[in-house]
Design a protein around this ligand. Sequence first.
Ligand SMILES: Nc1ncnc2c1ncn2[C@@H]1O[C@H](COP(=O)(O)OP(=O)(O)OP(=O)(O)O)[C@@H](O)[C@H]1O
Ligand SMILES: [Mg+2]
Length: 226
Amino acid sequence: MLIQINNLTKTYQRHDGAINAVDNLSLDIPKGSFVTITGASGSGKTTLLLILGGLLQPTSGKMSYNARELDLLKEKDMATFRSNHVGFVMQSFALVPYLTALENISIALNVKDKDNDKNRKRALELLEWVGLSDRTTHYPKELSAGQQQRVAIARALANNPDLLLADEPTGNLDPSLSEEILGILKDINQKQGTTVVMVTHSPMAAEYGDTKIQLKNGKLHTNEKV
Ligand SMILES: Nc1ncnc2c1ncn2[C@@H]1O[C@H](COP(=O)(O)OP(=O)(O)OP(=O)(O)O)[C@@H](O)[C@H]1O
Ligand SMILES: [Mg+2]
């Protein structure tokens, strides 16, 4: 198993009460799987994804990575976990507007390794992988929505994550662009062996998963292996 979570709960406290966004959830994510998560708005999908990626601390529960328990309370350990193992793709592409496609990817590499030639090569390789070799010097506003999302995917892959987390990666795209992005995610999963966990509202997109999970009120409603 790549990830195991046990009895995970995330309670958001507010002045008007508490919400269990994730409610005593246990789940195994096998290495190399493509997991899709669906569920109504507010069912806890994003909250779960943020916890899986070590970006949000649960209120209680345990999480293991490669059979080793993570110390969810130690921010430094979690930051190491994130930078070594996790890539994120979000619905809004979150590219830096004043950097080119190539630079948007190489900054993600520069953080870890200052070898600029090596980083440039790797960034070019990633852009080729997502089919954007001819757009390296374009700025985000000079790219279509689908192309921007592909740059965002390339950036998420920059550090060779074992786990790629995607929150509504096709939410802003029309159906044909959505299929293109889903195809890239499937390729990354099948050819690179990267474990993918994707949140989606679209039943068509959910079909790309080999494991389909449905959340309801922060709980596991269905967990279907295809
Ligand atoms: N920071 C927060 N503070 C308080 N409540 C929150 C916070 N973030 C989320 N919630 C609540 O937790 C619940 C789960 O939110 P979450 O964002 O995980 O849902 P979601 O399934 O991703 O929904 P959507 O499909 O609309 O993106 C919701 O009821 C939401 O209102
Ligand atoms: Mg969400």
